[in-house]
Design a protein around this ligand. Structure first.
Ligand code: F6R
Length: 241
């Protein structure tokens, strides 16, 4: 059997339109497979998407009751209750509004004493779940996906990574003081992300134009981590400015 390959580019006129299209894709996934394993992201790109998913849930259009989720990343030293943690981001923007069971929500534990063991545990948990059916991604201006910074190996799995200055700067908006921006994070690896069956990547705004161009036409290189997505069998990029 020849495996069909799909790389779909959807250009949108507004952030809201991007969010709605992404929500429609995830709604369809949950309708077809209610016990889907979903990969989730944080940051500015998916905020509108989460808002729309919550709206649809509250309108009775979709349920997460049988779903399982895995987030891409968490800062080292951060966890539930900490306003700048990704645990809290997910709680505030999605989890507290929907019917996804608490035991089905997974994020790496940035507070783990043994971080290497935590990375291994997370990777094994994803595998044991049957693997990610649909993964949501944003993209960093430097091409990072998850926190896989330039130079990350394409076959990398969940691990601790040092954040680049560029990434710390662009995340500064979420922190009061510069010294509060974490230096490290746990992230799914590029290999982990590439194992997802389907991927949706969101990129909106002038500051993402270069990254989108490079994703479309640039070389496939570890210096621009997102470029590996061109080798993935099923990707939808929703982008605009
Ligand atoms: C978030 C993540 C990051 C972001 C990326 C874009 O969980 O893993 O890769 O998706 O930094 O961030 P925003 O959407 O804030 O521009």
């Amino acid at each position: 059997m020849i495996k069909s390959k799909m790389f779909r580019w959807i250009e949108v006129n507004s952030y809201e339109q991007m969010s709605e299209i992404a929500a429609a894709i995830f709604t369809e996934q949950l309708a077809k497979k209610p016990d889907s394993v979903l990969g989730l992201a944080t940051g500015g790109s998916p905020l509108g998407f989460y808002k729309e998913m919550v709206r649809r849930h509250q309108a009775g259009e979709l349920s997460f009751a049988r779903a399982v989720t895995f987030n891409l990343d968490e800062y080292v030293g951060k966890g539930p209750g900490d306003a700048t943690s990704y645990h809290e981001f997910m709680h505030q923007n999605l989890f507290r509004h929907i019917d996804l069971p608490e035991t089905a929500r997974h994020l790496p534990n940035g507070l783990a004493e043994d971080l290497a063991a935590e990375c291994e545990r997370y990777e094994k948990l994803i595998e044991a779940s049957g693997g990610i059916d649909l993964q949501l991604l944003g993209i960093g201006v430097n091409g990072h996906i998850g926190f896989n910074e330039p130079g990350s190996r394409f076959d990398s799995r969940t691990r601790v990574i040092e954040l680049t200055e560029a990434t710390r700067k662009s995340n500064a908006r979420f922190f009061e003081k510069e010294e509060d921006i974490p230096a490290k994070a746990i992230t799914m690896g590029i290999g982990t992300i590439m194992s997802a069956r389907k991927i949706v990547l969101l990129a909106f705004g002038d500051n993402k134009t270069e990254a989108v161009k490079r994703l479309e036409n640039g070389a496939v290189t570890e210096e621009f981590p997102a470029s590996i997505l061109r080798k993935h069998p099923h990707v939808t990029v929703i982008y605009g400015k």
